[in-house]
Design a protein around this ligand. Structure first.
Ligand SMILES: C[S@@+](CC[C@H](N)C(=O)[O-])C[C@H]1O[C@@H](n2cnc3c(N)ncnc32)[C@H](O)[C@@H]1O
Length: 230
């Protein structure tokens, strides 16, 4: 396994694509069409299950929050304090504009990189990290991200990514092998064994996981519990 990189040197190419137009497109995309609405419905069910496994945390950081897709779900617990952060200021602005005003008043937003959040140690009960880790291709970068999440959470992290051992991953890996000659991928499948080793190396124990659709889908949402020191 590679060493961890220092957070300030990590920059993902994909992070720059979330300008104002892309942010609006992202918000609309998930509300349009049967397939996208079905995906969001299933992801929400996975998130509910993961939060239950995490013990219904009271202080949650939604990182990256994107267009605030999960804010209504996070707000289902009326006692919950919701923090939300994203690398893209435009994405945060779109979320604040598109989500209901009453909900927006409940969410404390700030801009940061997930590799260097600027939060104190043990700031939140749980970090809710949807659809970021599959963009982090280098193992050393994943480890740096996981160590930052381990540092800022008091208890758990819910993190989704693409894993192997299913039909979609089998097809995706084959496609990536064909296409990757000469082009750099900005999303990828990670072997379960590899990423689970990285979770442990960052100091987490695996509390459980929820699959989008067992044996077919590559989306998996892990619930990690803070164990020893990373
Ligand atoms: C695919 S979207 C997911 C957003 C949200 N979690 C969801 O599932 O709807 C990816 C988000 O990651 C953000 N992002 C990219 N690089 C980041 C980084 N280094 N730190 C924090 N957020 C980042 C993007 O701005 C974008 O909002």
């Amino acid at each position: 396994m590679e060493d961890t990189c220092s957070p300030e040197t990590i920059h993902l190419e994909f992070s720059e694509k979330y300008d104002c137009d892309h942010a609006r497109h992202y918000f609309r995309k998930h509300q349009r069409g049967f397939a996208h609405r079905l995906t969001t419905w299933r992801e929400q069910a996975m998130a509910r299950r993961a939060l239950a496994l995490a013990g219904d945390p009271e202080v949650v950081l939604d990182l990256p929050c994107g267009a605030g897709r999960f804010w209504p779900l996070l707000a289902e617990n009326p006692r919950r304090r919701i923090l939300a952060a994203d690398y893209s200021e435009e994405m945060i602005q779109v979320a604040r504009k598109m989500q209901p005003a009453e909900l927006v008043r409940r969410v404390e937003c700030f801009q940061c990189s997930a590799f260097e959040t600027g939060l104190d140690d043990d700031s939140v009960d749980s970090v809710f990290c949807m659809r970021l880790l599959h963009h982090v291709i280098d193992s050393s970068h994943r480890l740096a991200l996981l160590k930052e999440l381990h540092r800022i959470t008091r208890d758990t992290v819910c993190v989704s990514l693409w894993v192997d051992g299913n039909y979609q991953a089998f097809r995706r890996i084959r496609r990536d092998l064909r296409q990757s000659r000469g082009s750099r991928q900005n999303r990828g499948v990670v072997a379960r064994r590899t990423v689970e080793g990285e979770f442990r190396q960052a100091g987490f124990e695996i509390q459980g996981y929820v699959d989008f659709l067992k044996l077919y889908s590559m989306w998996r949402l892990y619930v990690l519990r803070k164990g020893g020191r990373a």
